[in-house]
Design a protein around this ligand. Sequence first.
Ligand SMILES: [Zn+2]
Length: 218
Amino acid sequence: MLSLRLDPPSGRAPRVLCLGAHADDLEIGCGGTVLQLLRAYPAAHFHWVVWSGNETREAEARDAATRVLAGAGRADVSVERFRDGFFPDQWAEIKAGFEAIKALGRPDLILTHHRADRHQDHRVIAELTWNTWRDDLILEYEIPKFEGDLHTPNLYVPLDRATVDRKVDILMTGFASQRERVWYDAETFRGLMRIRGVECGSPSGYAEGFHAPKAVLT
Ligand SMILES: [Zn+2]
């Protein structure tokens, strides 16, 4: 299969915007991809935004983001305090937050939730992403959950074994508050990456899957 490669801007570091509703969403959905992006583009600038979190979850989010983004040319991490589970009721305030991020400059790549995600908070972030950035590359990551809302991705990032291990280690050691959830374990995370690896023929057997509703091929 012919692979597509990112075409980063010349003369400056690529800018990547990562958007997650809750503390662990970005690590679950695209942690491996970000780790590999960093290896390919060490000078890259990352803006990592988590839209909710109490004191405990904020600390976890910041600690895990620091581990994922270690070595980045620049890493700006922000954790907002919107009420978990009630994002649709806070739409206008969250939208204002998106506009503030937009004013900072155009990202080259945006990683966000999937618009068909059944979690209301995830969906708000996905919808506001498309509402805010209209001419930028947006990739939607996936989060396994009780509702069973996974779709077949149309874009895959094969991950090497070391990256898979690193991602799972960060998820399992970085979010103590989530460990009591029955689904939150290494098998869930490895299992989904293994399935996506099968689907894209990843040499390691593992991958992350994304939805790319729009892309331009030149
Ligand atoms: Zn979430």
